[in-house]
Design a protein around this ligand. Structure first.
Ligand SMILES: [Fe+2]
Length: 401
């Protein structure tokens, strides 16, 4: 939002949109920049310009009742945070890299899980390597790998699901402010949470129809089998990872399995794994059902009571977005679009690719629209359900960047 403020209120970290007054009085030849050099602020204060326009969607805003000293400190803190953040890669570059990481991780997980199935010990070193590679990608660009792992072929579901939950756990752990070693542990928990499924018959795991009571009882034993596998290794995984493997199907109201634990009785990593596991399962296409769109899934999960820890779920939404990459949305202009990139400052104005007009009922020329841009007059009007539209190539829209 554009806002006119007196120069006396300007602090570092504000985004200068335009300076008021004659251009001849301007201390800068440029406009539309983030104020991050103290010399620029001094030049502005020494000039004859008395007011400027700031863009509060791109930088800091004034806070009512704040003293000049408090405002100055706030500005410096934000600039410090920006300076110490890892450099974010271009999403198109990271998508290409993430596709390769995803392929390598999937193969590594397949061989690790199959070795476990054959009675061998878990290769802890290989597991650590896979988690480190996934972590690096998530740090370079949080949404690239998450977008790629959502799309799964039928025969690779269990392995890809493990990679996906690992990536989601890493992004969530970062959102929750975990230290680096704790982020790694969360990634390990995600990668290994379903290893016990290797003990379950494929016919039951991939059954398209609803399960019989007996079959469901067998599925419910996978946490127990998983813990047994993980305790076998010469370098057993940490207690927290074991706990997440055992308790990721527990629910906050005590209606989960295997122990029917409630609230805080469920470990933190288990509560995180519960959210990431369900989100990935619901958004994945299976041979017998099309996955829900990412945005719909977030919306529907938010309405369930008693399943997830509300604070963890909120942090999860902040990490994947209200309209995660791949979401189908309707814009106010009547155009349909797919979300292709999150906006770091606001989850409500992502970058989208428009491709269809609901007014004409026809496909239109694909165009990238940055809903956060100052000149952009369009906005998201509603999320759309993939089931209501017969678009076959929605995932291609964000992948073709
Ligand atoms: Fe599971």
């Amino acid at each position: 939002m554009l806002k006119k403020v007196p120069v006396s209120s300007v602090i570092m970290g504000m985004h200068i949109h335009e300076l008021c007054g004659s251009w001849m009085d301007h201390p800068f030849w440029k406009s539309g920049f983030l104020l991050q050099d103290p010399h620029d602020l001094e030049r502005l204060q020494a000039s004859s310009v008395t007011e400027i326009w700031i863009d509060t969607s791109k930088g800091l805003d004034c806070v009512e009742g704040e003293t000049p000293e408090e405002a100055r400190e706030r500005g410096e803190q934000v600039l410090h945070d920006i300076a110490t953040q890892p450099v974010r890669e271009n999403i198109a570059d990271e998508l290409r890299r993430a596709a390769k990481i995803c392929e390598r991780s999937k193969e590594a997980v397949a061989s690790m899980f199959n070795e476990v199935r054959m009675g061998q010990m878990l290769n802890t070193e290989q597991t650590q390597r896979v988690v480190s590679e996934i972590t690096q990608s998530v740090l370079r660009h949080p949404n690239a790998l998450l977008s790629i792992v959502r799309v799964k072929q039928a025969d690779e579901y269990t392995y890809m699901h493990s990679v996906a939950v690992s990536a989601l756990m890493i992004a969530l752990a970062r959102q929750l402010g975990f230290e680096d070693d704790e982020v790694h542990e969360a990634g390990m928990a995600g990668l290994l949470h379903d290893v016990g499924k290797m003990a379950i018959d494929d016919g039951i795991l991939n059954k398209p129809d609803s399960l019989t009571d007996n079959e469901f009882e067998q599925i419910k034993r996978h946490p127990e089998y998983g813990v047994r596998y993980l305790q076998k290794g010469s370098e057993p995984v940490s207690r927290a990872v074991l706990e997440a493997c055992y308790s990721h199907h527990e629910k906050m109201d005590g209606s989960g399995y295997p122990r029917g634990l409630k609230g805080d009785q469920i470990s933190l990593l288990s509560r995180m794994a519960a959210v990431c596991d369900v989100y990935d399962a619901l958004t994945s296409d299976r041979p017998y059902k099309l996955g829900w769109g990412p945005s719909e899934t977030v919306q529907r999960m938010a309405q369930w009571t008693g399943h997830f820890d509300p604070q963890i779920f909120q942090a999860f939404v902040r990490s994947v977005g209200i309209y995660p990459v791949g979401s189908l949305v309707r814009l106010k202009s009547g155009r349909l679009a797919v979300v292709i990139e999150q906006n770091e400052k606001s989850l409500l104005v992502p970058k989208v690719k428009v491709f269809f007009s609901t007014k004409s009922g026809l496909h239109i020329e694909r165009e990238v629209v940055n809903l956060a841009a100052v000149h952009c007059s369009d906005a998201i009007a509603a999320r759309e359900s993939r089931e209501d539209w017969d678009f076959k190539d929605l995932d291609e829209l964000w992948r073709e960047q």
